[in-house]
Design a protein around this ligand. Structure first.
Ligand code: GLC
Length: 640
């Protein structure tokens, strides 16, 4: 009997209603070959490979058997509507649960706020139990099967997920799967000398191999956590720690680690989590002589997870957090023969960084050039487009074209510009992991502070305030139309500014990312309806974009996006064109008016008259188009 046959005869499945069993069997027939291809490549050399396969199948059979009926119903809906996350009304919001609602129950109490805004996708940063003390914002997990007691319980998670579903909001949970906290039970057992658990991590008896690996590795936190290995005196071993020393990288060449994570993923899915944000996926596989990022096996792992989860819980979508150079990014959605077989969603980190870069330069040619080189996402996958998130804006991805050591002048310029260190800078950010003679990592800061609102308000300069508002609108007008789910970062919809309180907290002071992790200002949220307030102006700008997007068929995720070369380097031109509709996006990144000729619009294969979805203005094509400073238009052909 083949494995795909043996899995459908699993004793646990025999107790399932016949209809459920049949559905499981169909999915097993469809996806076991994808799973086995990836698993064989990863673990086929293991002497007990067949036992591991059986173990993986036990896990998905157990996961399916434990899956609540309402989620099985959701599975069926999602199987029949596979483009659910590509629909134009999809609108994301991301927040730390504690900072947004205090607890998970508190988040549930705030769902009206989100539903009122049109949010359909709520991403909460890690909610499982982190280690005590410093924990990298929750990304050092001590127990994946327990909710952080400060936030609530698994029952609260179930209630929150159900309440979200009732309102048409998909709950997204983080899963830090590249590493655990050093206080996780596996790490504790490893420290106590248990070889079974030492094999869950990359442990070395001396510096010989770590030194060899270091020759080709980069550092993620070069200032706060230099090097990639930490000595653990208790077991006298060096452990691989890509991030902070208390975050131990898991060893995915050990199938036991894969099995544990598969089980954890299904547990979260069965609580009602609809999307898993897979943290730091690029780092999941190590290979000597490489930078240990984007290894083929990291992709095989994602394909194996996806295929097995598709059998047990097909409603669950996977989102890749791969902050990697543009040439590696699209692969996380699957490429070539594997297109669409990896994560369905991935952060478009390149777009985010390029938008800020274009804003600082006041020109769009680099944005256009770099985006034009990137492949389109495969069918049935989409980007997560965003302007800000809880992390820094990491500039080095822009240095892909660079030969030689150290950051390019452009990256240095951006780092200085957004830290407010250069003349003419409107920004009020802070550098992250950037030293005098070390590599530039990134910039921290809230959207409004980086876009110039903070400095403009301090100066009481109305013109500067108007410009800052226009920048905020411009960035969002692009991420809302680019393709994928736009993701708002908590507080940006209200123009919340930098929060300096972290500077007085010894556990946070060294990590400037806390500058943009404020507690939600609910008093400010109430101002969003007060006409004339700045908060109202920002909120209504974003609200208007959400409304314009929701019923615009051309913005469905399956409509290809194509940035076009523009004669005027200050203008970003993008065409979306497909069976569902067409859009020509024109955006001016400079602080002065810019012209695009009517001929250029015609060359982009758009016919006048054109109407702007956002402002309702019309362009008849008799004159060239003049774009106001930082203006963005979503143009459609109109016959009227
Ligand atoms: C991801 C998270 C980031 C964290 C890192 C290590 O990049 O977004 O906040 O520091 O992973 O877990």
């Amino acid at each position: 009997m083949s494995f795909s046959q043996s899995i459908v005869h699993h004793p646990l499945l025999d107790q399932q209603p016949a209809g459920d069993r049949d559905l499981f069997a169909i999915r097993a027939e469809l996806f076991t070959s994808d799973a086995e291809e990836a698993l064989f490549a990863l673990y086929g050399q293991q002497p007990d490979y067949d036992d591991w396969l059986s173990r993986f199948y036990d896990i998905i059979a157990e996961g399916f058997a434990a899956r609540p009926d309402d989620l099985k119903k959701l599975d069926q809906q999602r199987v029949h509507i596979p483009d659910w996350f590509q629909k134009p009304h999809m609108m994301g919001y991301s927040a730390y649960a504690d900072r947004f609602g205090g607890t998970l129950a508190g988040v549930a109490d705030r769902l009206d706020y989100l539903a009122d805004m049109g949010i359909t996708y709520l991403h909460l940063m890690p909610i499982t139990k982190p280690c005590a003390g410093e924990n990298d914002g929750g990304y050092a997990v001590e127990d994946y099967e327990m909710i952080d007691p400060r936030l609530g319980t698994m029952a609260d998670l179930e209630r929150l997920a159900a309440a979200c579903r009732d309102r048409g909001i998909s709950l997204v949970s983080d899963l830090a799967l590249n590493h655990t906290a050093d206080s996780h039970a596996w790490a504790k057992a490893a420290k106590a000398g248990d070889p079974h658990y030492q094999a869950y991590y990359h442990c070395f008896p001396d510096r010989r191999l770590p030194d060899l690996y270091e020759q080709s590795l980069d550092e993620v936190f070069p200032i706060n956590a230099p090097g990639n290995f930490t000595h653990i005196p208790q077991m006298d071993r060096w452990v691989w720690t890509t991030f902070y020393p208390y975050q131990w990288d898991l060893n995915y060449s050990n199938p036991a680690v894969f099995a544990e994570m598969l089980r954890i993923m299904l547990q979260l899915a069965n609580r009602g989590v609809e999307v898993l944000r897979l943290d730091s996926v690029a780092f999941m596989w190590k290979a000597m002589g490489t930078d240990c990022r984007n290894q083929p096996q990291a992709h095989q792992l994602l394909r194996a997870f996806r295929a097995l989860l598709r059998i047990a819980a097909p409603a669950l979508a996977l989102k890749a957090e791969a902050i990697v150079a543009p040439e590696h990014l699209t692969a996380y959605l699957g490429e070539g023969a594997h297109a669409g077989k990896e994560c369905q969603l991935g952060y478009h980190n390149t777009l985010m960084v390029l938008l800020w870069s274009a804003l600082a330069e006041g020109r769009a040619d680099r944005l256009t050039r770099m985006l034009r080189r990137m492949p389109s996402p495969p069918a049935n996958t989409s980007w997560i487009t965003y302007v800000r998130c809880h992390d820094d804006i990491g500039w080095p991805v822009l240095d892909v074209e660079r030969q030689g050591d150290g950051p390019s002048d452009h990256v240095r310029f951006l780092s200085d510009f957004y830290a407010g260190r250069s003349a003419n800078s409107f920004a009020r950010g802070q550098s992250f992991q950037t030293g005098e003679d070390r590599a530039v990592h990134g910039t921290s800061g809230m959207l409004a502070s980086l876009a110039g609102l903070e400095s403009a308000c301090d100066a009481g300069n109305d013109q500067a305030i108007t410009q800052a508002m226009a920048r905020i609108s411009l960035l969002h007008s692009i991420i809302f139309a680019f393709g994928g789910i736009p993701l708002l970062y908590m507080g940006d919809e209200l123009g919340m500014l930098n929060d300096h309180s972290f500077e007085g907290d010894p556990q946070k002071a060294a990590d400037t990312r806390w500058l943009h992790r404020p507690t939600m200002d609910w008093a400010k949220a109430d101002e969003r309806h007060e006409k004339g307030s700045l908060t109202h102006r920002i909120y209504s700008t974003i609200r208007h974009l959400i409304d314009c997007r929701a019923d615009f068929p051309a913005l469905h995720g399956d409509t290809p996006s194509r940035p076009l070369s523009a004669a005027n380097p200050h203008i970003f031109v993008m065409r979306r064109s497909g069976a569902r509709g067409r859009l020509l996006l024109l955006a001016n990144f400079s602080a002065s008016p810019q012209i695009i000729t009517a001929d250029e619009v015609i060359a982009a294969r758009f016919r006048f008259p054109l109407k702007d979805r956002l402002s309702q203005s019309r362009f008849d094509g008799l004159d060239d188009l003049v774009l106001a400073p930082y203006a963005c238009h979503w143009l459609e052909e109109t016959n009227a």
